[in-house]
Design a protein around this ligand. Sequence first.
Ligand code: GLV
Ligand code: MN
Ligand code: MN
Length: 422
Amino acid sequence: MNAEAAASQTSSLGQAIVERINELGAISETPEHLARIFLTPQHRAAADLILGWMRAAGMRAHIDAIGNVCGRYEGQQFGMPCLMLGSHYDTVRDAGRWDGPLGIVTAISCVAELNRTGRRLPFAIEIVGFADEEGVRFASTLLGSRAVAGTFDESVLGKADRGGVTMREALASFGLDPDTIGKAARTRGELYAYVELHIEQGPVLEGLNLPVGVVTAISGATRLAARLTGMAGHAGTVPMKQRKDALAGAAECIVMIEEFCRTDDGGLVGTVGYIHATPGATNVIPGQVSFTIDIRAPGDAHRRRAVTDMVRQIETIARRRGLELQLDVTHENRSIPCADWLKGQIAAAIASEGYPVVELPSGAGHDGMAMIDIADVGMIFVRCRGGISHHPDEHVETADVDAGARALLRMIENFRPRDSAH
Ligand code: GLV
Ligand code: MN
Ligand code: MN
């Protein structure tokens, strides 16, 4: 089939996936701004919906100790190692509907298709809807996939969200036992590979007029939490030269970070996505400010050097303004390569569906960053409109959803474990 014929063939796979994406997208803390945050009641409702879809697709399914929704479709014999597929079902705040859910829902549709036609493959298929990839609630990301990879850091259980609820307490109210998280861990021998389908979240595929692409690598990231403490005071009486304005200090840091990354030519990106000033009144000089910093680059050494330089500059700004600084690294992930043998099988599947094969890196983080500790990782990207993501305007055309689903199904059907791949 040529590319045009493939693109115009919007099979029922794509349409059914879009309907489910919309159903999941309606489960939100606030109806007008999608937010499905780790271990909230909406998160639980989404988990139950996914659980039902997995069971309807002929899978055995359960919710594991961290809140991941896990389904298994047996192979030709019971207990075979699996090809693991997945993505996350938590969201950022004021999110789009597609980031995460597309990978889960598409994988379930592929298994449903195998089940409908009574096919069993020479390996099992498992799907994981990871509970937390975004790291919104506890400033600690990839919690679901780290639990599966056996690298969950138990010290984060004591972390509190902005409302003072600890992760331990939140797990208990979700119906989980925080002391059993180790049970979610899987071992290398149980998995042949981890493959994730995800929206691109960038403009490359759209620029090439292609619905799908093969991911080469996922950029590393460092996240920090900063707190500047100055002196609150009267906005009308304290002379400008005698102020220790924590918010003005934070503003200088933020502009420095933007300028540092903007003038870098190695693909460095930096974001301050959250800021909170206290006491927070029009006529009071801000005494304390907390903000987050997110720094990414394709090269790890480059990112680390940049973080060191920016931290030094933040320290200088704080010292010059007489502000006390506390700076903590809350997340650090090296960049990870997708495995050549999986890239080859994904490329073959895309080509079989009639599309030219293009390779592209991921600037966004994904669960593969944790899964690489127990499995080789592959990813398929699906074009999204305008490259927009982490925004309510995130959108994928049904024909592209369908193209992604057909490529993933083809990849699954033809999948060969590494040792038997040629
Ligand atoms: C996840 O979406 C991330 O890259 O921040
Ligand atoms: Mn995201
Ligand atoms: Mn995502």
